[in-house]
Design a protein around this ligand. Sequence first.
Ligand code: NAD
Length: 272
Amino acid sequence: MTTPAASQRLANQIALVTGGSSGIGAGVAKALAAEGATVIVNYAHSADDAEQVRQEIEQAGGKAITIKADVSKEEDVLAMFDQIRKEFGTLHILINNSGIQVDAPFLEMTLEQWQKVIDVNLTGQFLCAREAAREFVRRGPQPEISRATGKIICMSSVHEVIPWAGHVNYATSKGGIMQLMKSTAQELAPHRIRVNSIGPGAIATPINESARDTPEEEKSLLTLIPYGRIGEPADIGSVAVWLASDESDYVTGITLFADGGMTLYPGFADNG
Ligand code: NAD
């Protein structure tokens, strides 16, 4: 259950969360709504899950709608942005969150497994970021609403910097997101559009259930996390709110790792 924050740091802003129907996206959608944003909960498959997130947001006093779109399909993304413009006039915040894993040993990875992950994780972020940026530039600045003309937040991963055997397609997509984020941040800064990434570590969501199936697996995962706990979607929600708010107005082109220290090479902690 989310309660409206007293500060309402995102009041009067329209935010799209791709893949907002589950896991990190749902946590971010609720956190943005609690700060006053009207949230579009995008989903690809489960209308029921998206509807549940929408209802939770409304029960907590927030505003949300759901829109179905496959972010890897240009026609779906264009139609989603048309609908957003029709319903709300514009957009202020994009959370480029949708992502999948299709794991296979490299020697056995098919072109289809490679392509599917690149299509959703990387091309999907490109398509949504481009449409969001076009809308921000079309609308122009609204300083009474936010100092930035628009904010794009890409859901990356610790695997934009940590290689991941058995998950080459996924790690490659996240490495690609790093340059998508940095290059667009550089290109769009003169328009006062800020582009940043969040690099989550291990967050308890459906994407990694199999890595937490048994107590042994969970224990093994914890050896990679110096801070000693697996993250929750709300840990990412609070970071997304900050990156979307004027509190981070001078921040663009960074990946903010929220990973309990996973990127600190924990294997070296007692190895010196
Ligand atoms: P999840 O499986 O709960 O969420 C993924 C979301 O993406 C779902 O809502 C799904 O419907 C949506 N999606 C999948 N294909 C789509 C498509 N074609 N079009 C639109 N939406 C689509 O998993 P999650 O952990 O919440 O993942 C969210 C993001 O966080 C992903 O980008 C993932 O790579 C990233 N991430 C997760 C973790 C973690 O530990 N959970 C760590 C690092 C990064």
